[in-house]
Design a protein around this ligand. Sequence first.
Ligand SMILES: Cc1cc2nc3c(=O)[nH]c(=O)nc-3n(C[C@H](O)[C@H](O)[C@H](O)COP(=O)(O)OP(=O)(O)OC[C@H]3O[C@@H](n4cnc5c(N)ncnc54)[C@H](O)[C@@H]3O)c2cc1C
Length: 397
Amino acid sequence: MAIHDRHVAVVGGGIGGLAAALLLAASGARITLIERVPEPGEAGAGLLLQPNGLAVLDALSLAESLERQGHRLTGAVVRTATGRPIVNATLPHFGPGQDHALAVRRGTLYASLLHAVRADPAIDTRFGCQVSTARTDGTVEYRDRDDLTRTIEAELVVGADGTQSIVRAGGDFGAVARDTGTTYVRGIVDGDDLGLEGEYWTPLGLFGGAPIGGGTYFYAAAHAPAVAEALARRDLATFRRHWADALPPSAAVLDRVPGFDALLVNAVTRIDCARWADGRLVLLGDAAHAMAPTLGQGANSAIVDAAVLSIELAAGGPGALRRYEDRRRPRVRKVQDAADRLARLSAITSPAGRAVRDRGLHLLDRLRPLTAHQARIAQQEDPRLLRDALVRPLERT
Ligand SMILES: Cc1cc2nc3c(=O)[nH]c(=O)nc-3n(C[C@H](O)[C@H](O)[C@H](O)COP(=O)(O)OP(=O)(O)OC[C@H]3O[C@@H](n4cnc5c(N)ncnc54)[C@H](O)[C@@H]3O)c2cc1C
């Protein structure tokens, strides 16, 4: 399938859907983007953009302004609750400017993608419209803002509609959704003066964060029974107290949370699909491969999916969707597995288990080539090559 002048429906206007709309439009497709939220915007806390995601955003000319609004990180230190380093992971250098990650507000990233989408005449946006059905023949049905049922016919339907994907339900993707039993709390508090950068592995699980555009982004495991109970009661004071007992430096951060509603609480579902394409339906992002957040690769992977899909469709031929799946699925699977392993390791509660884990990881961390190799696998694609593959066709438009 060649993409030029084709009609593509993108279902879901999250980070993956917006990136896909922009990249497919740049390859010459006509896009209808359907998103159920009427006024999408500021929702969400922070995100770590990594070299793979940043390379794609750079090709879209969005990285420069994000760099001004975010906080650069060249690696991540994981510490015990007493502050002793366990792992000191440094990001590999992929080329000039591709040697760091960027902590940004999700709203900042979202706003820059949305601004670019709204400015693109090839993208017709339908916000406040909920897709009810997507079929393998390319038919998409949705309820519009006036609650009327509408139908569109597309030559390709991109399912970027998250973990509960309706597009996935419309095809035979061999999907398995698994509740991982892990929950995380996220938030942003005022001030970047709290000294939080990196991650702690504590008896309650992980706690981490970074400065972020005038504030501090934090995230914390919420599956330890005492913490889960406090959250179920919407009891911020008890939540703070448990964390302060497990990790004293968390108190300064959590004391600045203005109220319970400022916390985002997410249970993590893992999605595995045996296939990513069926007929005219194709999946990307969390719809195809939701994963544990421990490697910070969910949104980055969605952005890379969008990039590789656009590259393979632009190359044309009958096997474009197959090439997209072959290139993405095995690499993402490795990242999902690694993220699960990290989630399990960070959640060990027994003192003996944590001591063995910390010693083992500390020894492993000395084998620099091994950790560097893992860091490269997490990026899935060489960011420099990915950017170059995108920039050439984008320069022609
Ligand atoms: C605690 C935590 C921390 C994380 N940290 C990071 C990080 O640092 N870095 C990172 O890369 N990732 C991170 N992630 C993961 C990341 O947030 C997700 O992987 C990413 O947002 C997925 O993007 P997406 O566009 O695929 O899906 P989503 O963001 O879920 O977007 C799907 C969109 O589809 C819309 N939609 C759904 N159904 C319909 C329908 N029927 N009709 C119309 N519209 C529909 C939704 O409203 C939504 O806008 C984290 C996740 C968690 C839980």
